[in-house]
Design a protein around this ligand. Structure first.
Ligand code: SAM
Length: 215
């Protein structure tokens, strides 16, 4: 089942709306980063730039075969061994990587999905303890040129609440400002024995909302 409101404008326009290097920098992707899995590659906007800077493989998938074809076609030959792009329904078929095998899972512009808890659970499952679940989405506090309707657009607080419900993420949640139109949330999978966030503790995460509203 395709995520609601996940249609794409033209590739050039979509990519003009994202500062991809700044977003990857903010999450700390670099030469030490191992394997990454991405839910919904789209045009490969966040598939190819990471593979150029990490040592691992990027496993990506999309329900739309034209998106996977475009991502494959854009992959330089010398990197193709480290890009695995598959046509797949992430909801029905899962993410297609072994449990705990990845350094990071990208949920970029996709968490306005139905059943966000299940998507977070699937993302958490595929990263190693201490691994990163990296989320970006469109801001709701400023007008944006694209993005799903505000009614289904998640806020940082909403994502914080979902992460707390799902549990198994280590505090603190890190909120990233990704000008001009996005915010990011970095969740780290708990190590065994580390406090696991479940239920509603009084102050589980550090959410720097001032940083967002001052943009
Ligand atoms: C808004 S786009 C974001 C693409 C990319 N993450 C980015 O930020 O550039 C969402 C993508 O998710 C794909 N998608 C929607 N539902 C999906 C599903 N159930 N399984 C896999 N991919 C899906 C869509 O085809 C689309 O390419």
């Amino acid at each position: 089942m395709k995520v609601r409101d996940s249609g794409m404008p033209s590739e050039d326009y979509w990519e003009s709306l994202h500062d991809v290097p700044a977003i990857l920098d903010a999450f700390g992707f670099g030469p030490d980063t191992g394997d990454v899995v991405e839910m919904g590659c789209g045009y490969g906007t966040f598939t190819l730039p990471p593979v150029k800077r990490i040592r691992g493989t990027v496993h990506t998938l999309d329900i739309d075969s034209s998106m996977v074809a475009r991502t494959r076609a854009r992959t330089p030959k010398n990197l193709s061994a480290r890009v695995v792009a598959t046509v797949r329904d992430a909801f029905i078929d899962g993410l297609d990587v072994p449990t705990g095998s990845c350094e990071a899972c990208l949920l970029f512009n996709i968490l306005h999905t139905e059943e966000p808890h299940r998507r977070l659970l699937a993302a958490r499952a595929c990263v190693r303890p201490g691994g990163l679940v990296a989320i970006i989405h469109w801001r709701s506090d400023v007008p944006t040129p694209r993005g799903p309707p505000l009614a289904i657009r998640p806020s940082p607080e909403q994502i914080e609440a979902w992460a707390r419900d799902v549990g198994g993420f280590a505090p603190p949640l890190t909120l990233l400002t990704l000008p001009p139109w996005h915010f990011g949330v970095a969740l780290r999978r708990s190590h065994p024995g580390q406090p696991r966030r479940t239920g509603t503790p009084p102050r589980p995460f550090t959410v720097n909302l001032e940083a967002i509203s001052s943009l």
